[in-house]
Design a protein around this ligand. Sequence first.
Ligand code: F6P
Length: 360
Amino acid sequence: MIRVGILTSGGDCQGLNAAIRGVGKALYLKFGNEVSIYGIRDGYRGLIENDTYLMKPADFSGIINLGGTILGTSRTPFKMLNSGTDEANAKIENMKKTYKKLALDCLVILGGNGTHKTANLLRKEGLNLVTLPKTIDNDLWGTDITFGFHSAVAVAANVLDSIHTTATSHGRVFVVEVMGHKAGWMTLYAGIAGSANAILLPEIPYNIDVFADMIKERTKRGKRFSIIAVAEGALDQDEAKLSKKEFKAKRAAETQYPSIAYRIAHDLEERTGHETRVAVPGHIQRGGAPVAYDRLLSTRFGAAAAELIAEKNYGRMVAIVKNKLTSVPLEEVAGKLKTVPTDFEVIQTARDIGISFGDR
Ligand code: F6P
């Protein structure tokens, strides 16, 4: 008999259910009646509070195209769990208790950066784990691609498509803010696919005058509109010189701007006199059905997780490295952010077709 727990933690994304399905179907096929799979509700919250249920094979059917997660999710900050306080230690002990109570052989954890830090902590506490890389941000170290990313990029690209028609009608500048936390993957991919005129990434600090000049130049050439895709983590060249603390204080003082896109829109309007609007699709980017690419990727990751369990090869995250399905040790993943390298070929592609990054 083999007993497996499964949980989804952190921000949800498209492809989570497809991955859960992949794990379940592959486990049942490998172990038949010899496997029991326990669903853990709302991520680490369910593990801490022993909120679990025995899943049935039917739970894994008909969900490949379903957005969100059938298990529910929550954010349990790693900093809090790692703080060494009595409260934090009690939570860790409770997670271990639930694991023992269910007599698990392995816990399958689907999550992004924060989730992997906690997973690594649990690994050090002696739990057998296999993890799957999920996040729309694609910023998880150790894998070239995470599931959820391409679905979210498709949503953001559609937003940019739609903005084009209204921007053209009114002859306006539009600043579209794309999710991605501290990494620019989503903005880069959606910006190119959605034919933005400029792309602002956290990895390439911008100079607002470069964009203002670009807009003036486009107007001279008879272009009625301009569209700028801005990563939510974008920052300008002066901000890039600040310490983390100084940067936080500066942004906190800019209370007139709900987010970076609004500041950029204000600064551009002031410099160009061109009517400027902001569009923030926000969590819509995490919603809806996964694209076919993510359904496939999630299924591959799910089946690979089941294989690791069958091999008793624990403490690993399944990954795609150089187009190959593989796995990497959790300790190599935890706590590391994968940002867009500034010499990334796709950035050059964008530059080659005249997209500005605001750095020159
Ligand atoms: O990590 C996924 C993500 O959507 C980021 O792109 C974004 O910064 C963050 O989560 C939003 O978090 P929340 O859903 O907690 O508002």
